[in-house]
Design a protein around this ligand. Structure first.
Ligand code: FAD
Length: 425
């Protein structure tokens, strides 16, 4: 199918003009990264704009979600429960290619695959996720991950499985150390959900054990709710150390299983989960899309890169201002980027985007808490802003029925998100 393209499309995409006048097929939307942001974008592009010719490049054949991976660590679920394939996207008409992409020529609007193929596009949506900064904590290099897993990028699931095995092998009475980074990082409440669910496992199977959480900040998401729950469900098991109280870890020794703080305190632990500082994934950084923050600056209206026109960047890789780096937001951003790209390809004004987020955290199998927000583009600051009064957190207090219901809502959120992104109906 050929779509009529008004002249403004050519103004917004000068070098792509020859591609848009192709005699066959629609405009070419290329999506790199098949996780929360990218798979959403590819799926929605086919569903909402059937005139788009959509190709998705994802390096893995199966996608394991970080959401609910903490429940795998607790032994409540297996890796198979959080693994998804790309059959649903193919059924929707997405051409899915499993290879690693390199943005070798953003000006000529083409991407090279590791296998050698060159893919040209009219608009690119990039959602490659994060990279771990191995320069941030002395001693925490790639080899150290095998002894002190991060389990913060799910990839093939090996890091999650390793941490789970270490927890199972640890003796009752052992110490699990967590190293938690400063903001911004993927999933602000994630480390505290992880502390909670490791405590859930330990309290059932190794009740004399302890968790030592060493944090590079002084406050965290849903803090009062988490700490209330820890006191109620896991009394005496969890010690959280703020940055001010010498919680910032600057060095690790994987051989000796030691975590060392900035004031020189050395903590010997039995299991170490080191979540290092992060930046945009290498495919974005290598193409020069990230700025000095390590993240990709975008126009909040269109999510288009401020550095490379024609490339919309969504999900954890982009600099989100006040928005958290969450899967729900990546899903919301993926839809907004498709709407903007489709409008620009047709020479229309992009619609006003709305970004929604609800982040559930399990504290136990039948106990969950949540935070919700809505954000909009803010022309004044050139960033994003939270809509006043749009969200909030679960109420505090002894509310077992509310916590139980939120745990079921969380399960419903996960199932509907998986269906929305990877399903076909
Ligand atoms: C423990 C934990 C719990 C979490 N829980 C929640 C939760 O409850 N709710 C929530 O909303 N969020 C949660 N998150 C956050 C959520 O996982 C991320 O925000 C989300 O995955 C971001 O989506 P993304 O598309 O940016 O990146 P990803 O989901 O990481 O997807 C990126 C994809 O790009 C691919 N890729 C990268 N580079 C290339 C390349 N060069 N070529 C081809 N493919 C490439 C990768 O293989 C990957 O599949 C959690 C995170 C963690 C760590």
């Amino acid at each position: 199918m050929t779509i009529p393209l008004p002249r403004r499309a050519f103004l917004g995409a000068t070098l792509a003009a020859p591609a848009l006048s192709r005699a066959q097929g629609g405009a070419r939307l290329l999506v790199v990264g098949g996780g929360f942001g990218g798979a959403t974008a590819a799926s929605y592009a086919r569903r909402e704009y059937p005139w788009l010719d959509v190709t998705l490049v994802e390096q893995r054949t199966r996608y394991i979600t970080c959401p609910y991976s903490n429940r795998v660590l607790a032994g409540d679920l297996g890796l198979a429960d959080i693994t998804h394939g790309y059959e649903g996207l193919r059924a929707r008409g997405v051409r899915a290619i499993h290879d690693r992409a390199i943005l070798h020529d953003p000006v000529a609007r083409s991407v090279r695959l590791r296998g050698g193929e060159i893919l040209s596009y009219d608009r690119l949506i990039l959602s490659p996720g994060i990279a771990l900064r191995h320069d941030a904590i002395e001693g925490y290099d790639e080899a150290a991950e095998e002894r002190m897993p991060h389990a913060w990028i799910a990839a093939d699931g090996a890091q999650i499985a390793l941490l789970r095995r270490q927890l199972e092998a640890m003796p009752d009475g052992g110490v699990v150390g967590l190293v938690i980074p400063a903001n911004p990082y993927r999933c602000p409440p994630g480390p505290y959900e992880r502390i909670s669910l490791i405590a859930s496992y330990l309290s059932r199977h190794k009740p004399r054990s302890k968790i030592l959480a060493l944090d590079a900040k002084d406050a965290f998401s849903k803090q009062a709710l988490f700490q209330d729950a820890w006191r109620a469900l896991y009394p005496g098991m969890i010690e959280w150390v703020s940055a001010t109280d010498d919680g910032r870890v600057v060095r690790v020794d994987p051989g000796a299983m030691v975590l060392e703080t900035e004031f020189g305190t050395r903590h010997r632990v039995d299991v170490a989960n080191v979540i290092p500082p992060q930046s945009a994934a290498s495919v974005a950084a290598d193409a020069g899309l990230a700025d000095r923050t390590g993240w990709v600056p975008v126009n909040p209206q269109t999510l288009e890169s401020r550095i490379a026109p024609g490339i919309h960047v969504v999900g954890d890789a982009m600099f989100p201002g006040p928005m958290p780096k969450s899967g729900f937001l990546a899903n919301s951003e993926g839809k907004a980027a498709v709407a903007a790209a489709a409008a620009l390809l047709r020479g229309e004004a992009p619609p006003e985007p709305i970004f929604v987020n609800t982040c559930y955290s399990h504290v136990g199998p039948d106990y969950a808490i949540s935070v919700a927000n809505v954000f909009r583009a803010d022309a004044g600051s050139g960033s994003f802003k939270e809509v006043p009064g749009s969200g909030g957190t679960s109420p505090r207090g002894d509310l077992p029925e509310q916590r139980r219901l939120e745990a079921r809502h969380a399960d419903g959120w996960y199932a509907s998100m998986a269906r929305d992104i990877f399903g076909w109906q």
